[in-house]
Design a protein around this ligand. Structure first.
Ligand code: ACO
Length: 353
C-alpha cells in the first residue's frame, strides 16, 4: 500500500505500488548542517586475519573493505551520536535549543530501552522535544530523513536533527568470519531545516520500503521476546548478528537499483542528471551492480567503504559530511541516496543541494 502525503501532486502511476513515497513541494526541507564521528581505533584486515580464518585478499576482493573503526571500551552509541550531532549543529549555526525533534536511526543503542535518542538529547542538552529511534537497520538514516521531511513540510517544526549511528562491534560474533569482517562503528548526522522552497533546493523526494518476508535473512535471533536473554542464548551467540549473505546481496542489488530508479522517475530525471550518488556503503560489488542498473556513471559514486566498512545507518551521513568538508557538493547539484538493510528495509532520497 502506498501513502502519499501530497495528494495534490501525485507521482507517476507506476510508482504507486512501490512503498511509501512523498514528494516535497513548498514548504520543503533542506540539509543545513552535517557532522560525523568515527572512533579512533582502526581494525585492519590484517588484524582480522589474526582473529578469524580470513585474508586481506578475500575481504578486499569480496567487499572493498580494508579497515573499519571500533569504539573504545566504555564508549557508547549515544556518545558517538551526540558527537556527530554536535558537529552538525555547529555547521548549521544553531544550538540544541533550536531543535524541534531528534531522530536516531540505530539498531545498536545504549540499552534495549529507552531510545538511544533520549541519551543523545541528554548529552546535547536539548529539552522537551520528541526524541526517538528508528529501527530500520542500514536504512535507518533514510527512514529518519523521510519522517523528518514530512514533519517539516507539515509545519510547526523548523529544525530536526537526524542521526545514523551504530556500535556494531559489540553485537558481532568475532568467531563468525561471514559477518565480523563487514561492519564498523561510527555516527553521522544532518540538521534538516524547513524551507520556503523558493530556491528549489532541498529534499526532492524520499521513497521507503520494507519486505518482511526476508526478515530472517539478517537478524539478531536472541535477546528479544522470542528468545529472551538466557545462558543458552549467550552460549550459542544468538545475541549477535546472523546473516545469510547471498540473500541480502541479491536483495540489495535489486532493491537499491529499484528505489534509485523510482526516485529518478518520480522527479522526471535520468541517471545522467545525477551529480553524486551517496549510497549506503555495504559492499563495493553491490554498489557497482547498482551503478549498472541505475545508469549513473561509476565515477559519480562516492566510495569510502575501504576506510570504515559497513557502518549501517551511519554510512550515508558520514559520507555526506566528508563531501561537505571537502567542499565537493555545489548548490544545485543533484545527490541520489539509497540504502538497504535488515528487515529487509530500504529506500532512496533525491536532494537538490
Ligand atoms: N574470509 C574468507 N572466506 C570467507 C569469509 C571471510 N571473511 N566469509 C565467507 N567466506 C567463505 C565462505 O565460507 C565460502 O566458503 P565455501 O565456498 O568453502 O563454503 C566462500 O567464502 C564464499 O562465500 P559466499 O557467502 O558465497 O561469498 P560471497 O561472495 O557471497 O560474499 C558476502 C559474502 C561478502 C557476505 C556477500 O554475500 C555480501 O556482501 N552480502 C551482503 C551482506 C551485507 O552487506 N550485509 C550488510 C547488511 S545489509 C546491507 O548493508 C546491504
Amino acid at each position: 500500500m502506498t501513502i502519499h502525503l501530497s495528494p495534490s501532486d501525485p507521482p507517476p502511476a507506476d510508482t504507486r505500488t512501490h512503498g511509501c513515497a512523498a514528494r516535497s513541494g513548498p514548504p520543503g526541507s533542506r540539509i543545513v548542517g552535517t557532522g560525523r564521528y568515527l572512533p579512533e581505533r582502526r581494525l585492519t584486515n590484517a588484524d582480522l586475519e589474526k582473529i578469524v580464518d580470513t585474508t586481506d585478499a578475500w575481504i578486499t576482493e569480496r567487499t572493498g573493505i580494508k579497515e573499519r573503526r571500533v569504539a573504545a571500551p566504555g564508549e557508547v552509541t549515544s556518545d558517538m551520536a551526540a558527537a556527530a550531532g554536535k558537529r552538525a549543529l555547529e555547521r548549521a549555526g544553531i544550538t540544541a535549543a533550536d531543535l524541534d525533534m531528534i531522530i536516531v536511526g540505530t539498531i545498536s543503542g545504549d540499552h534495549p530501552m529507552p531510545a538511544c535518542a533520549t541519551f543523545v538529547q541528554q548529552k546535547l542538552g536539548a529539552k522537551n522535544i520528541p526524541s526517538f529511534d528508528i529501527s530500520a537497520a542500514c536504512a535507518g538514516f533514510l527512514y529518519g530523513m523521510s519522517i523528518a521531511d514530512r514533519f517539516l513540510r507539515a509545519g510547526g517544526a523548523r529544525y530536526i536533527l537526524v542521526i545514523g549511528v551504530e556500535l556494531l562491534s559489540r553485537i558481532l560474533n568475532f568467531e563468525d568470519r561471514t559477518t565480523c569482517v563487514l561492519f564498523g562503528d561510527g555516527a553521522g548526522a544532518v540538521v534538516l531545516a524547513a524551507t520556503d522552497g523558493k530556491d528549489g533546493r532541498g529534499l526532492l523526494s524520499t521513497h521507503i520500503y520494507t519486505d518482511g518476508s526476508l526478515a530472517e535473512s539478517l537478524l539478531i535471533p536472541g535477546g528479544g521476546s522470542k528468545e529472551p536473554v538466557s545462558a543458552d542464548v549467550v552460549a550459542n551467540k544468538r545475541n549477535f548478528v546472523h546473516m545469510t549473505g547471498q540473500d541480502v546481496f541479491k536483495a540489495a542489488v535489486r532493491n537499491l537499483a529499484a528505489a534509485s530508479n523510482a526516485a529518478l522517475e518520480y522527479n522526471g530525471m535520468d541517471g545522467s542528471q545525477i551529480d553524486r550518488v551517496v549510497a549506503h556503503q555495504a559492499n563495493l560489488r553491490i554498489l557497482n551492480m547498482v551503478g549498472q542498473r541505475v545508469d549513473v556513471p561509476w565515477d559519480r559514486f562516492f566510495i569510502n567503504i575501504q576506510k570504515y566498512g559497513n557502518t549501517s545507518s551511519a554510512s550515508i551521513p558520514i559520507a555526506l559530511d566528508e563531501l561537505v568538508e571537502a567542499d565537493a557538493l555545489k548548490p544545485g547539484e543533484h545527490i541520489l541516496m539509497c540504502a538497504l538493510g535488515a528487515g529487509i528495509s530500504w529506500g532512496s532520497a533525491l536532494v537538490r543541494w
